[in-house]
Design a protein around this ligand. Structure first.
Ligand code: ASP
Length: 448
């Protein structure tokens, strides 16, 4: 039994809806379908979720929002027209939007309610279409399905008791069509997951109904070992573990939300990453343990940029009890979350995402000066982190060497090296300007 989730590009217009309907009709194992809001139809288009966010901005700043309002409805009306569905559904959507705008006065709550409309309307429209095709489908709101979440706007977390309620729908006769991206809090509010969160909803449904497989459909046939925009024809990954996938999604592989794996790996439900436009391709499978670990110790390479390192040198730093704690406390006090902390005997660096430092960097530096009195304090703000990921690295030899040699040949200097205790990933910090060369050189050394 499968849960299938279709992303925004798979549901952006009537043609794509038809492809999705065919996939569902041809695979009897698909019993639950989680949908995203309509995505971009071409490069210049705007996702419906972004249109809804813009609408919210106009509403709360008391601008004329009628054009945005109509553009959103037109996206759905166009699909209704091409698919020859009843237009009363558009009147219903209009009523819901107006009602939210008129009755929800808290700006953050209104934003979540409006954002949720993209997925919610798409699920309703798509189930009507399936019914028109003679498929026994039923729209199911996340509320009725049991999505109980925390009450923090834009950052919902599922409450574990939700799974029990979801399990009762396991043997439902109809194919259930559930909107992704949001749930309901105990206080009764609509609360969205972080952006891209329909992947998370799909994973939750898969776990809730104890699916055998979770299929995640996008417009890519595989997860590739490196970004296809940077490496020509990169190696297509057939199998990857949850842990490897988590590391790669965290460091820039956008195809699958990094929070979506958590519900699945605990109960060992495999994920298939598949392409709506090429359903004949089986795609990449995400599993607990993969084959060919020895032949292929490294599974992927990625690069994330926009990091700043704040480095301190202080003679006899290693002898000062509590130095690291006091340093990290300064970052915590400024609400800055930390990515890496490479250390030496008399030095320590704190690596963070640069955007967290906006407006607070000067006061962090001042506090470090005042409280820790370093011999030297240095800031580098143009850094990128290359990540090499693979479960097989623990058992293989010379893995770090491959990267350092590849970078040395390109005359790229490495600013820092970091490896976690699990040895599943290695991080090489370089300058942003060297990113392209570094990625290509590393790809050659691991995969060619
Ligand atoms: N529509 C939401 C977004 O654009 C969620 C999703 O597509 O997964 O972030």
């Amino acid at each position: 039994m499968k849960v299938a989730k279709f992303g925004g590009s798979s549901l952006c217009n009537a043609t794509q809806l038809t492809k999705v309907a065919n996939i569902i009709k041809e695979d009897e194992a698909i019993r639950f379908v989680v949908v995203s809001a309509p995505g971009k139809r071409d490069e210049t288009d705007i996702k419906v979720t972004d249109l809804l966010i813009a609408l919210h901005e106009q509403v709360v700043t008391q601008q004329d929002y009628s054009e945005s309002f109509n553009t959103i409805l037109a996206r759905f009306a166009n699909m209704v027209e091409v698919l020859k569905l009843s237009s009363t559904i558009i009147q219903h959507f209009e009523k819901v939007l107006r009602q939210y705008i008129q009755t929800i006065h808290d700006s953050e709550r209104l934003l979540d309610a409006l954002k949720a409309c993209g997925e919610d309307f798409n699920a309703q429209l798509f189930s009507q279409y399936l019914l028109a095709l003679g498929v026994n489908a039923q729209y199911f709101s996340p509320k009725d399905f049991g999505f109980v979440v925390t009450d923090e706007p834009g950052n919902a977390q599922l409450l574990p008791e939700s799974y029990e309620k979801m399990a009762q729908f396991r043997d439902s006769d109809a194919i259930l069509i559930i909107p992704g991206f949001f749930g309901y809090s105990k206080e009764g509010n609509i609360v969205t997951f972080p952006r891209g969160g329909s992947d998370i909803s799909g994973a939750i449904v898969a776990r809730g109904v104890r699916a055998d497989i979770y299929e995640n459909f996008t417009d890519q046939s595989y997860i590739y070992a490196a970004h296809p925009g940077i490496i020509d024809n990169p190696y297509a990954i057939k199998e990857i573990t949850y842990r490897e996938m988590r590391e790669l999604s965290y460091s820039g592989f956008g195809i699958f939300h990094d929070e979506a794996l958590e519900p699945l790996f605990q109960v060992n439900i495999p994920v298939m990453v598949r392409n709506t436009n090429q359903p004949e391709i089986k795609g990449t499978k995400i599993v607990a343990q993969r084959q060919y670990q020895e032949e292929l110790p490294v599974v992927g390479i990625s690069c994330d940029e926009g990091f700043t390192a704040i480095s301190i040198r202080k003679y006899l730093l290693n002898r000062q009890l509590g130095f690291t704690r006091r340093l990290l406390q300064i970052f915590e006090d400024h609400n800055v979350s930390i990515e890496h902390i490479p250390t030496g005997i008399d030095n320590i660096s704190v690596v963070v995402r640069s955007h967290y430092l906006e407006g607070v960097l000067d006061s962090i530096l001042q506090e470090i000066q005042d409280k820790l009195r370093p011999d030297n304090l240095m800031v580098e703000d143009d850094l990128a982190i290359m990540v090499v990921v693979g479960e097989g690295m623990v058992a293989a030899h010379g893995m770090a060497n491959k990267t350092t040699e590849a970078l040395a040949q390109e005359k790229i200097s490495i600013r820092m090296i970091n490896q976690g205790a699990s040895e599943i990933s290695m991080f090489f910090t370089i300058r942003m300007k060297d990113k392209l060369n570094a990625l290509q050189a590393m790809y050659r050394s691991y995969f060619e």
